[in-house]
Write a protein that binds this ligand. Structure first.
Ligand SMILES: Cc1cc2nc3c(=O)[nH]c(=O)nc-3n(C[C@H](O)[C@H](O)[C@H](O)COP(=O)(O)OP(=O)(O)OC[C@H]3O[C@@H](n4cnc5c(N)ncnc54)[C@H](O)[C@@H]3O)c2cc1C
Length: 332
């Protein structure tokens, strides 16, 4: 039995960073309350990464173990102050204010990840059949996990824009469903960090690849996507422009934009400055102790690093938790 320290910490987000911190702090006798807007713990491990890479049973077992140690999970609760929105918010049952939690707890650790897809911001993007990649993956997982009855209808032919890790997962999900996929990438495919995985999928599923092409317009009929117009990319140094004269239209029923994700703090910049936190390029700024400008507030994982990996999220979550422990003992 761990001796209680008498301190209470709120951890926002139950992804790998938040869970690691909750595990460490609870092992040091701290009362830990985890808040997550989703109906189950695990963050991207549960709601983005496929079962074949991370068995969900493992995450559920972890929840049981943490609950046995006294960690409390408040699920379906979106913590927010100010104008913040991210993919999957609509599933939250309840909202609670960030400042309210700050008041209630001895320290707050923000591990809210990177849950907003970057968008191309081109004409026609509001058409039916256009999906941010993370939203699509999230909806597919919700269906697999039994939280909703249907997956989005993507038609017979989809265009995936982008060639990173999320694009790989999207392409694979679509191909497994028998959907015809075309891939559009602004560089040569061989330049992608996910080249090996993508090349394997291209070979296995006979995917059409449009390299050094950038979308300029989504074409629709009565609001439903029917195609995407792409131009040849011209590269001058590391600047990208397009050759307006070299255009082609790829016919499709859906477009999935997989061009990256952005960190999603639970507060906007205005509230952040009111509580003493700095948000730089969307990320929460922390010092070497993973502490923000407010000594009570810490942050870890993708919300600090930008899209990273489970290992990095776990590592920063642990470091932040150790710093919180020192802070609670008035050592830093
Ligand atoms: C499609 C895809 C595949 C990936 N595959 C891999 C892989 O194979 N291997 C690997 O190492 N990494 C992979 N990653 C990256 C990895 O999943 C992330 O880097 C990691 O999960 C980040 O951990 P985190 O704890 O910072 O955030 P997350 O795992 O994103 O967890 C954040 C949690 O915070 C919650 N939350 C957000 N905002 C609020 C709020 N305001 N109030 C309450 N709760 C909130 C979210 O619901 C979420 O549960 C993948 C990412 C994606 C998108």
């Amino acid at each position: 039995m761990v001796e209680k320290s008498g301190s209470k910490v709120a951890v926002l987000g139950s992804g790998p960073a938040g869970l690691q911190a909750a595990e460490y702090l609870s092992s040091r006798g701290v009362e830990v309350h985890v808040y997550d807007r989703l109906p189950q713990i695990g963050g991207m491990m549960m709601f983005a990464i496929p079962e074949r890479r991370i068995p969900k049973k493992r995450i559920l077992k972890r929840r049981e173990e943490l609950e046995k140690r006294g960690v409390v999970f408040n699920l379906g609760v979106k913590v927010q102050d100010g104008n913040v929105r991210c993919e999957g918010d609509e599933i939250a049952r309840q909202r609670t204010g960030f400042r309210e939690l700050l008041h209630k707890y001895d320290a707050v650790l923000i591990c809210t990840g990177a849950w907003r897809s970057r968008m191309l911001r081109i004409e026609g993007e509001d058409s039916r059949g256009v999906y941010p990649a993370l939203e699509l993956i999230f909806r597919i997982r919700l269906k697999e996990l039994g939280y909703v009855n249907e997956e989005p209808d993507l038609g017979h032919r989809a265009v995936v824009v982008g060639a990173g890790r999320t694009a790989v997962d999207v392409v694979e999900e679509l191909c497994m469903r028998g959907i015809n996929v075309a891939l559009v990438y602004r560089r040569k495919l061989a330049e992608s960090r996910a080249y090996r995985e993508l090349a394997e999928l291209v070979r296995r599923y006979n995917i059409e690849v449009y390299e050094e092409r950038n979308p300029v317009k989504i074409i629709s009929n009565r609001g439903q996507v029917t195609g995407i117009e792409v131009c040849k990319v011209l590269r001058i140094g590391d600047k990208f422009t397009v050759d307006e004269k070299d255009r082609l239209v790829i016919d499709c029923d859906s477009v999935i934009e997989a061009i990256g994700e952005e960190p999603t703090p639970p507060i906007d910049e205005k509230v952040a400055s009111e509580v003493g936190i700095e948000i730089e390029k969307g990320r929460i700024k922390v010092d070497e102790h993973f502490r923000t400008g407010n000594p009570k507030i810490y942050a870890a994982g993708d919300v600090v690093l930008g899209p990273s990996s489970i290992g990095q999220a776990v590592g920063t979550g642990l470091k932040a938790a150790k710093s919180i422990e020192l802070y609670l003992r008035e050592k830093i």
